[in-house]
Design a protein around this ligand. Structure first.
Ligand code: SF4
Ligand code: SF4
Length: 536
């Protein structure tokens, strides 16, 4: 077999034009495999998508990330990438640029941070050549005056290296927001009021769309200068064609797109969502409660793990283990040097798994499995939080849209919405009650409450808000129990922009039965606390 390094010069310049999601994913796989075999040259590929496509990262679950019904109605393909990372939306208004090479060909070692910085720096230089003030923005974006114009991501596969970038040429953010479930996850910046202000496109920056060939030439020139690469235009090799045909059958299949790991753990499972700067981990765990054994587990998310199958092996290693042995199993698994994590640690996986399986204990407070999945403890165990919470936070979106207090804190308890009853129950249980008006208000309240001696809180919000704003809850560091709300949320209605600004006008509903159970448990925990205090 030829040495993969033997093709390090010249590079092939490959333009695969407009293709479907399945075709482009199959090409990624075929090109990477052929390069790893040594049968293909190092390559810069330009790619575009038609029809539009919503792509999940390799470890993600489609239903969690993509509005499947909307995509079907709108003629948007759905597919799965061969690399990790989050869900993305691609249409013909974006240009994909991709490096498939031996990692040694770029002279940066196996250091993903350095490779990303250098490659993004080169692409930014190319965009500057077109007249845009483009710069690399850590960790992996290119921006023009603070607004993202290109996102990137990379992964190693043995000697092979795949790096992918998306350049927004003529882009409508609304299409992306409609297709993806939590689309603005990575675009949040408090000082900007609209997601549309956080991204830009070549058209917006220049006032026109230059010919595609000109944009491609600018990127090619910049890569040539940065890395001293010479390029030769070329097509697919016969080996790549052969691999492509094989891959296409797989990547058009439902089992590739939707994943065949899902059905086995679809019901009666305990779920958790854990978010760190380096990525989001979702866990669905089936537990034999009586024997305290993990029967089955599914781990998904937008993280990068090496090799790709490592996650399946981790799930297999955890199956049938005693709940008490899970942490050690995860640590032992990642201690093996053939496995690697980018930006997340074994502890993050332990935390995510614990957050799910520890919900078994919630049944002792009278919560059903379904109710347990609507509860998330932050910064403390259920016992801790119930015993010390003195604050109840309610979301403004559950107020009656016509209520004069809809967009200000407070409630007159007129009985026309669930907020009134929740307010009465909370006050009766001795908690201070506040209605949260927007993200900034939440941050201010949590910090103020912590400073004034509040020891814990119960907060009602939708799951999407909890995921997206976990950072705010974590920063405050207050023990808290988050309770899901029901009904169609602003995310389902694709009106998260309004919600972000605190101007969402539809109504959600609080789960009053569940809240009542929680407040009963609070009363029980307080009584137990005072009994043990008296006995001492
Ligand atoms: S119960 Fe409170 S929040 Fe709901 S409509 Fe009445 S005053 Fe407004
Ligand atoms: S994100 Fe939307 S639905 Fe969720 S709590 Fe906020 S306003 Fe309500």
């Amino acid at each position: 077999m030829p040495d993969p390094r033997s093709y390090s010069r010249p590079w092939r310049l490959l333009d695969t034009g407009l293709r479907s999601g399945a075709e482009n994913m199959s090409l990624d796989s075929a090109l990477l495999t052929a390069r790893a075999e040594g049968s293909s040259p190092d390559t810069l590929r330009f790619l575009r998508f038609s029809p539009p496509v919503a792509l999940v990262g390799y470890h993600q679950a489609v239903a969690e990330e993509i509005r499947v019904d909307y995509c079907r109605e709108a003629g948007i393909d759905i597919n799965r990438r061969i690399t990790g990372g989050g869900a993305i939306y691609f249409d013909a208004g974006q240009l994909g640029w991709e490096i498939i090479c031996s990692y040694q060909a770029l002279g940066q070692g196996r250091n993903m941070e350095r490779l990303t910085r250098t490659l993004c720096g080169a692409a930014a230089q190319g965009l500057r050549g077109l007249g845009m003030d483009a710069l690399f923005r850590p960790r992996n974006d290119i921006e023009v005056q603070g607004r993202k114009i290109s996102g990137t991501g990379g992964s190693f596969d043995g000697e092979g290296f795949l790096f992918q970038g998306t350049l927004l040429i003529d882009f409508n953010l609304q299409n992306l927001i409609k297709a993806l479930r939590i689309p603005t996850e990575k675009l949040n910046r408090r000082e900007l009021s609209s997601a549309a202000e956080r991204v830009t496109s070549v058209k917006e920056q220049l006032g026109f769309v230059p010919p595609l060939g000109e944009i491609q030439a600018a990127l090619v020139d910049a890569l040539r200068e940065t890395f001293g690469i010479t390029f030769e235009t070329g097509g697919l090799t016969s080996r790549e064609e052969e691999l492509f045909t094989d891959e296409l059958a797989v990547m058009r299949s439902d089992s590739w797109i939707y994943g065949d790991r899902l059905p086995s753990v679809h019901q009666e499972v305990l779920r958790s969502i854990h978010k760190e700067d380096g990525g989001l981990i979702r866990v669905a765990a089936k537990v034999d409660v009586g024997r305290r054994i993990l029967r089955d587990i599914l781990i998904t998310g937008d993280f990068f793990v090496r090799p790709r199958r490592a996650l399946y092996d981790l799930e297999a290693a955890l199956r049938h283990k005693k709940l008490g042995d899970l942490d050690e199993t995860v640590h032992r698994f990642f201690a093996d040097s053939s496995r690697g994590l980018l930006q997340l640690t074994a502890d993050d996986f332990v935390r995510a798994i614990r957050m799910a399986v520890d919900k078994v204990g919630y049944t002792t407070y009278g919560f059903s499995m379904e109710e347990a999945n609507s509860l998330t403890c932050l910064h403390g165990s259920m016992e801790d939080i119930l015993g010390r919470c003195d604050l109840l936070l309610l979301p403004y979106c559950a107020k009656l849209p016509e209520c004069p207090l809809r967009f200000s804190d407070g409630c007159e308890q007129c009985g026309k919405c669930t907020v009134g009853e929740a307010w009465a129950m909370g006050t009766e249980a001795g908690l201070r009650v506040t209605t949260i008006q927007n993200y900034e208000h939440l941050v201010e309240e949590l910090i103020r409450e912590k400073d004034s001696g509040t020891r814990g809180y119960i907060g009602c919000c939708c799951e999407a808000f909890m995921v997206k704003r976990q950072e705010a809850f974590k920063k405050a560091g207050l023990p808290g129990l988050l309770v899901d709300i029901e009904n169609t949320t602003c995310y389902e209605l694709r009106r998260e922009q309004e919600a972000y600004l605190g101007t969402f006008t539809s109504q959600t509903h609080l789960r009053l039965d569940l809240l009542r159970k929680i407040l009963d448990a609070v009363a029980g925990a307080r009584a137990a606390g005072s009994r043990s205090h008296a006995a001492a």
